[in-house]
Design a protein around this ligand. Sequence first.
Ligand code: GAR
Length: 210
Amino acid sequence: MAVTAVAIAVLASGRGSNLQAILQAAQAGSCPVVVTVVIADRAQAAALEIAQRAGVPVVQYIDPKAYENRAAFDVACGDLITKHACQWVVLAGYMRIVSEGFVHRFSERIINIHPALLPAFPGAHGVEDALHHGVKVSGCTVHLVDDLLDHGPILAQAAVPVLDDDDDANVLRVRIQQQEHQLYPHTLAKMVNQGFDLIGRRVVWRGGKG
Ligand code: GAR
């Protein structure tokens, strides 16, 4: 029986290449989601234009400076997500730390992609930090969002070799993002098609197909 596509909200701050990958996979029928809401916290985020071009029903820039604090901003974002009945909240290059209230409001329904193999190199400079540390393998991680930064249970990871020629983080970042563009839609599809159980911190995919 075909799985019914679920509504998702995507929160982005920048280029929006992961949003684009999700939109393309949804369009191609390989990822059973409908991107219903896109929120950006930066007016110039290219993600807004990508969403508009793709015909996402609700595309909104929300200015953090218009709110008293992070919690109030997150309530405004959360209200939009709830209003449009989004089942998953997908952070895609969203460079804000979400508040505790937001995490609890969408408990175990927020996912993030990080450009390193967590728990190594959390934070805003995952690619640079991995390169400077001298690791030979880095990659990307899709994880559930909890109260701590880049810390929640891991849904999926992809490894990317660090090459001797990677003298600039941007060279490595390009290869990591190529993996991200496969991994994020693939993981979302698995979440909808298969589902998972959380056993402590471990994500165990249903149906025995890890
Ligand atoms: C992605 O590489 C993502 O892993 C990273 O920002 C990039 C956004 O690209 N996220 C973080 O560093 C979060 N800590 P995009 O806007 O083109 O999708």
